[in-house]
Design a protein around this ligand. Structure first.
Ligand code: TYM
Length: 331
């Protein structure tokens, strides 16, 4: 049995990128693996949320995990800060993570551009905390989207370095995983890069968006004036919408619109209408479950309590072993 670990930052509602990049695979991996899925609330502090928002966002992500089909009886589903041992492992790993390599990480470079007035040390050491999350359960596989690939590479670097430093085969080398396929990157609706929370409200479709909002966002998505030559290459913004269509629509539907595009007969209004309909069809059952779970505080509390206990059992064992290897001795 292999160990699977992955997490999602609690910075707001989940979008289609989170779903197809990560959570869909979490659900598929539950059977036959030892799975740990968590809500990364320590990580969310790099953007300085208000205490009320922090609580609300953790609950939101928990509800969406459950609505998507994570079974808390099968997987260990927990809140990152309920496993304080991860903070200790993070501290220990920081002693052998070098500032130079952390400064070179693409996500750090992006963040210093995005939040110039808040370049905190947590952003710099973000990949160290992420490595701690993963190796605290000695993960083999980490289901994530394409944007996390470099973080996984850094995790392997920190694991190997620890093993070499103490001359012991202790931490495995976890890999970013998508069933042998390339890691997924779901684009946003604004014609540029990936679907994400920091790219503006209208760039992302959230699992909890109503059909009206979804339709409005899709109909407003960026396109060009339309093809003028047969089989011409699609501009990025149109290709992006096709990528999204491939995740929610049938193969026939995709083929139909591709053929219209290639024959210069596509009408973007019809194309977007179909896309919006198929997204709504896909998200509707999820949204209904989200709404149902939101009011069940007793159940949510039970789930996080159970998750915290299971996660701590695993985390405490690893950290005790690490302390011993380093020379502190067990607690
Ligand atoms: P986060 O919260 O930004 O995203 C959660 C998961 O969703 C994936 N994802 C996407 N996949 C495809 N296309 C997109 N547009 C898209 N947007 C997001 C991400 O790749 C990720 O898998 N650092 C992590 C959270 C984290 C973590 C970990 C993950 C903390 N510790 C340990 C795995 C293991 C993050 O910020 O993901």
């Amino acid at each position: 049995m292999e160990t699977v670990v992955s997490g999602i930052r609690s910075t707001g509602r989940l979008h289609l990128g989170n779903y197809f990049g990560a959570i869909k695979n979490f659900v598929k991996m539950q059977k036959g693996n030892n799975c740990f899925f968590f809500i990364a609330d320590y990580h969310s502090l790099t953007t300085h949320p208000q205490p009320e928002d922090l609580q609300r966002n953790v609950k939101q992500v928990l509800v969406e995990y459950l609505a998507a089909g994570i079974d808390p009886e099968v997987s260990t589903l927990y809140v990152q800060s309920d496993l304080p041992e991860v903070a200790e492992l993070y501290l220990l790993l920081n002693m052998s993570a070098y500032v130079g390599e952390l400064e070179r990480s693409t996500s750090f470079k992006d963040k210093i551009r995005e939040q110039k007035d808040n370049v905190n040390a947590g952003l710099l050491t973000y990949p160290v905390l992420m490595a701690a999350d993963i190796i605290i359960h000695k993960a083999d596989k980490v289901p994530v989207g394409k944007d996390q690939e470099q973080h996984l590479e850094m995790t392997r670097t920190f694991s190997n370095r620890f093993n070499r430093m103490y001359d012991i085969e202790f931490f495995p080398e976890p890999v970013a995983y998508n069933f042998g396929e390339a890691l997924v990157k779901i684009p946003g609706l604004d014609g540029s890069g990936k679907m994400g929370k920091s790219e503006g409200e209208n760039n992302a479709i959230y699992l909890s968006d109503t059909p009206e909002i979804i339709t409005k966002k899709v109909m407003r998505a960026v396109t060009d004036a339309g093809p003028t030559e047969m089989n011409q290459q699609m501009p990025q913004e149109v290709e992006n919408l096709f990528v999204i269509m491939k995740t929610v629509s049938s193969e026939d539907t995709v083929a139909h619109f591709e053929s219209l595009y290639n024959n210069c007969k596509i009408r973007y209004g019809d194309f977007k209408k179909q896309l919006a309909e198929d997204i709504v069809k896909f998200t509707n059952p999820l949204r209904e479950k989200i709404e149902e779970l939101e009011s069940d505080d007793a159940y949510l509390k039970k789930v996080t309590k159970m998750g915290a206990e299971k996660a701590r059992e695993s985390g405490r064992k690893t950290v005790n072993e690490v302390r011993e290897i380093i020379g502190f001795g067990p607690r």
